[in-house]
Design a binder for this molecule. Structure first.
Ligand code: SD4
Length: 323
């Protein structure tokens, strides 16, 4: 593998684990190829707090399923993040609607979509997985289920998001395809001390989307997929393209055929590029982890990065891109 430097050392996580000093030059190749070194988690974008949280939990022996849920919940509550949970950008009508899913090592999964007024959709998705015979609940049914299960109704539209939406209303220009870098869905995969993999994905979706629009993030196989024998993948970016290509499932299946996570992500991104000649107008990024602990990431446009948490390191790594 080509040697590349990582872009930033965010910090350290875990107590009693080998520490890496900040600002050290770090070799991405060595960061990515520590097979068998568990626990490990990977998180889309630069969500270092979420990565750190998952790493701390995993190092305490907490199962991957709980670690990914607790990790992504940090971003669901982060009001600064306008693409996940509370504080997320609304749809065209000014309503924040959330999509999320979670998948366990045994292949069980749960999902919610078009969920309003609930701060932690991933926790509701987990309840769907564990407490119902279904995989996915949407809209009012998902909301009622959440309330019945003790979730508190919350106003998700912050003053900041409202202000930006009102500004957007003046022009009402819906141009998600040029909005290349306005994607910050959090997807996370983790392998715990028992060598089991789990994953979660949560988002408020595209800003100013049409009312009722649901993206890839709550769709098992599109925004997230894993197989405890093979590994897992998560996606971020233009959900419509990810859904059309069932990209996370594709990455896992390519890994099943013997491709490395990096090769699998590259092939899956190139599949999207081949299927849509307007690929320069949108971003899609894929992130994968196999059961040997190898990591892969690839995207269309430069700008995607991910957080790798392993052996006390919590580092942000720049992904290679097609363009
Ligand atoms: C969606 N894939 O709803 C999501 C958007 C996203 O970071 O990834 N935002 O299409």
């Amino acid at each position: 593998m080509k040697r590349r430097n990582f872009i930033r050392n965010i910090g350290v996580a875990g107590v009693g684990l080998p520490l890496v000093g900040s600002n050290l030059s770090f070799d991405l190749a060595s960061a990515q190829s520590k097979p068998g070194q568990f626990p490990v988690s990977i998180t889309t974008w630069n969500f270092h707090q979420a990565g750190k949280k998952s790493g701390e939990l995993l190092s305490e022996g907490i199962p991957a399923l709980d670690a990914v849920q607790q990790g992504v919940m940090i971003e669901e509550s982060n009001l600064e993040n306008t693409t996940v949970g509370k504080g997320g950008a609304p749809d065209r009508e000014g309503e924040v609607t959330l999509d999320a899913c979670i998948m366990a090592p045994d292949g069980n999964c749960g999902s919610v979509a078009y969920l309003k007024n609930i701060e932690h959709p991933v926790a509701v998705a987990r309840k769907v997985m564990e407490e119902t015979p279904h995989v996915m609940l949407v809209g009012e049914g998902a909301y009622n289920f959440a309330i019945q299960n003790g979730f508190e109704p919350t106003n998700l539209l912050t003053e900041n998001s409202k202000k930006h939406w009102k500004k957007w209303l003046k022009e009402k220009e819906y141009k998600p395809i040029i909005n290349i870098e306005n994607h910050d869905t959090i997807g996370m995969l983790a392998i715990d001390k028992a060598s089991d993999i789990a994953g979660a994905c949560t988002t408020s979706g595209l800003a100013y989307k049409m009312q009722g629009r649901v993206g890839d993030s709550p769709i098992i196989g599109a925004g997230l997929f894993l197989d405890n024998e093979i590994g897992g993948a998560v996606a971020t970016g233009m959900g419509e393209e990810i859904m059309k290509n069932v990209s996370s499932f594709l990455v896992v299946e390519l890994m099943r055929q013997g491709k490395s996570p990096q090769e699998a992500c590259e092939i899956a991104i190139k599949r999207i590029i081949r299927s849509n000649n307007r690929y320069k107008d949108f971003q899609v990024a894929l992130l994968a982890l196999n059961k040997q602990g190898e990591v892969g990431a690839y995207c269309i446009h430069p700008g995607f990065s991910y957080v790798l948490n392993r052996a006390g390191e919590n580092i942000n790594i720049k992904s290679e891109s097609y363009l």
